[in-house]
Design a binder for this molecule. Sequence first.
Ligand code: ATP
Ligand code: MG
Length: 415
Amino acid sequence: MAITGIKGFNDILPGEVEKWQHIEATARRVFGLYGFAEIRIPILEKTELFARSIGDTTDIVEKEMYSFEDKGGNRVTMRPEGTASVMRAFIEHKLYAQDPVAKLYYLGPMFRYERPQKGRYRQFHQIGAEVTGVTDPKVDAQVLTMLCQFFAELGLTEPQLQINSLGCPDCRPVYRQALKDFLRAKLDLLCDDCKRRFETNPLRALDCKATGCKEATAGAPSVLDHLDAACQEHFAAVRKNLEAVGTAYTINPRMVRGLDYYTRTTFELVTGLLGAQSAVAAGGRYDGLISDLGGPSLPGIGFAMGVERVALLLAEEEFRKRPDLFVAALGDDAQAEAFRLMCALQKLGVAVEMDYEGKSLKSQMRRADKFNARFTLIIGGDEIAKGAAQLKNMDAGIQEEVTLAAEAVAGKVKG
Ligand code: ATP
Ligand code: MG
């Protein structure tokens, strides 16, 4: 029996991959406008890095990590997200010594042991960006506006920006206590997970999808009513900056993120088109993370988007690339001539296809159809004798004579 891939680990096949390339190219271009440089981080890290940054009581660390002992007995984990690794690299290579303000982006596979379903996989891909060293809320607005510009340039209007503030280590404990006092009388309604982490991580109940948790948290106190003066001021300034540059948002005071390192501004880009997999991108500030990981005391903010979810939103569009030209040939001499012409044109930067083994003209034309080339050229004995052939523009349906020389053909079919 043939060996199949592992559940939740997907192949991205030609036809689909062009969409991914378009998403990646758009991200690189838009992020470049905002001054971001790419960083490439390894897939495997010490387990401790994620346990310490993401938090011991989060879903990711509690149940989703691909962790194992390598042959040297080291505890390692296949990265479930990118921020921890980027900050580890930022600290390890002392990037802050050159400039505390680093703007970095990354893309690549992440791994989480979750139940595979549409928009949720065990190997999935993120494109993420991080900014270190700026507390000023202008940078929050920059990051959010860049993310919205990325979606707009993909032609997507659907994911809506929602923002919230989770406060800081000074005011969040006060809110946690208020929420616990509110929930204590309704503990029975909470799902097992939320019951278990009631003491350690009660905020998670706010965005838990279980019906009981929704019921228990209805009318719960809002984090926004518990921000201290500095956090209130920061959140107000983020809003003012977003409004100043025309970045639309709504406030969702129940949005708590599944990673412990977030402080102050948090956000999600949410869609109604992907069922329970509604978050297409998410992120926030992490003003304590860099120092928690042993680095200098610098703030940070960032996001990650799920490329599979972005690709699902783009599903209707056709990204498959079309060759510029298809060359068909009748007879051995013409086949040889077509082959030479194709190679010469490819060297000139023209995308050309032919049917390598094509016998009848009919089967060659069937392949031409499949490639959907912009132009076709049919060469036979007469054309070779004349040194010219009919070049057909497939979109316009018109044809004209062209000299059988690479430069001449290239001049007609390029751009
Ligand atoms: P969710 O609530 O859907 O589990 P999350 O809060 O765990 O998302 P983050 O850790 O914030 O997600 O990751 C950022 C983005 O990565 C998500 O918004 C989503 O688009 C994507 N993502 C997260 N987990 C998966 C997965 N298992 N499969 C596909 N995409 C994912
Ligand atoms: Mg998750």
